[in-house]
Design a protein around this ligand. Structure first.
Ligand SMILES: Cc1cc2nc3c(=O)[nH]c(=O)nc-3n(C[C@H](O)[C@H](O)[C@H](O)COP(=O)(O)O)c2cc1C
Length: 153
């Protein structure tokens, strides 16, 4: 066993294969989206999910102050969208989206679109955990985008 440090933490976590999501908000009619792979199922009853964001993120205040979130589980052919929304302040111009009933932008051609309501923010370490209750989903039969070893597979 090796004593943990930042590089070892990152390397160990990179061995855990995840899906890739873009978490979207509508903040005062500005659409914001962020690539997130810390997404996870949390509870079946009630239907809860969670994800976490870096406290240093340029838009952390907007996410902390949002009541509703869109979670788009990306399909295998949406690598470009994942890269786009991992940049700072990405524009929505080239991304096809539709609006959920609460005006949250949801990305078209995703594997799954989720519309959810925030239940709680939890500050833990250098991240904020967002716990959300799912309101509605749209599911397509698509192969998922998978992230492993710090790259898409
Ligand atoms: C595959 C992938 C997964 C990511 N997952 C997360 C995540 O779970 N939480 C997070 O805060 N940032 C995550 N990021 C980083 C953000 O997408 C993005 O780089 C960062 O938020 C942009 O900077 P900003 O938030 O300061 O605008 C991920 C990036 C990639 C490429």
């Amino acid at each position: 066993m090796k004593k943990i440090n930042s590089n070892l933490y990152k390397l160990a976590m990179s061995k855990f294969a995840t899906g890739v999501t873009v978490v979207s908000i509508n903040y005062n009619n500005n659409y914001i989206g962020k690539t997130v792979n810390s997404f996870s199922a949390l509870s079946l009853d009630p239907p809860l999910v969670l994800f976490s964001l870096d406290k240093k993120s340029s838009s952390i205040q907007q996410y902390k102050n949002s009541k509703y979130f869109g979670i788009n589980i990306l399909a295998k052919n949406q690598k470009k969208i994942s890269n786009h929304f991992s940049k700072q302040k990405p524009k929505w111009g080239d991304t096809s989206y539709f609006l959920a009933t609460n005006n949250i932008p949801l990305i078209k051609n995703s594997s799954v679109n989720i519309n959810c309501k925030k239940i709680k923010n939890i500050s833990q370490g250098d991240h904020i955990i967002f716990v959300c209750k799912i309101i509605e989903v749209k599911i397509f039969n698509k192969k998922p985008l998978v992230y492993l070893n710090s790259k898409y597979i």
